[in-house]
Design a protein around this ligand. Sequence first.
Ligand SMILES: [Zn+2]
Length: 315
Amino acid sequence: MSFVMGRCIGVDVGGTKIAAARVESDGSLSRRFRTDTRADEGPDGVIERICQGIEQVMGEEKVEGIGIACPGPLDARTGVVLSPPNLPGWDRIPLKDRLEERFGVPVRVENDANAAAWGEYLLGAGRGADPMVYITVSTGIGGGIVLDGRLYRGADTFAGEIGHTIVDPGGAPCSCGRRGCLEALASGTAIARAAAEAVRKGNRRIREAGGSAPRAEHVFAAYRDGDEDASRIVREAVRHLAIGISNIVHLFNPRAIVIGGGVARAGDALFAPLRERIRAFLMPSFAGTFELLPAKLGEDAGVVGAAALWAERPK
Ligand SMILES: [Zn+2]
């Protein structure tokens, strides 16, 4: 199966939104669809809305493949979604089989971070860089690895969980039930938690930007103004990200590391100190071996990457 212009559909199933579109071979989207996930209604309701999206995007034209980017954990070989924390009630749901039955079109299901990684590699910031590692820093932290022109999925398709590599043993509790994961220390949620704490203790600059429930973007705004608490919060998040990323660099010797997700929108306020910190953690031989790049596909990464799964050569 090759990636034919406009004949593949990508669907991005998130905890709050479902997005779908036809994806052209240059990565541009047509016939966009978007709706609320309403995850609290459980798998049947969510799958119904996924189908609704596919139907609208499909129209009367021929479709050769459908790709679904979905929160993990899931088995990408069988397309069975295990039990994602942000899709309550899902437990071993055979999403691929159910959609293939309904539409009579081959379906691939991939973990959302892997799909975004593949999209950035094929059509975004990581084009031509191999190995390429993609890291999304938003409410959580996810990752995907492209090696020898394919997604590297590992023995059980669980690979790439950089968010749950431990960077501070015994550190802050993580959503996965363990402690000190990168996600617990450097995600948008972790930055927001530290910011709320600073506001509670009397910080005014962060409160001016984001009230009593500030988000990461408000912390970066205060950081640019030289606020001390914001600087400390950014410094800590950057230090932990740099530990995680330098470990990846030593393991994979990547040509590029692409960073996406909401927190990456902070731009130079994140990338400048991050580059410096990573450099300090690297063995000298790794200096200058890779680029650290902001993602290019933005919110479309999941949809583009999911459709582009049909361009991945078979193993
Ligand atoms: Zn964790």
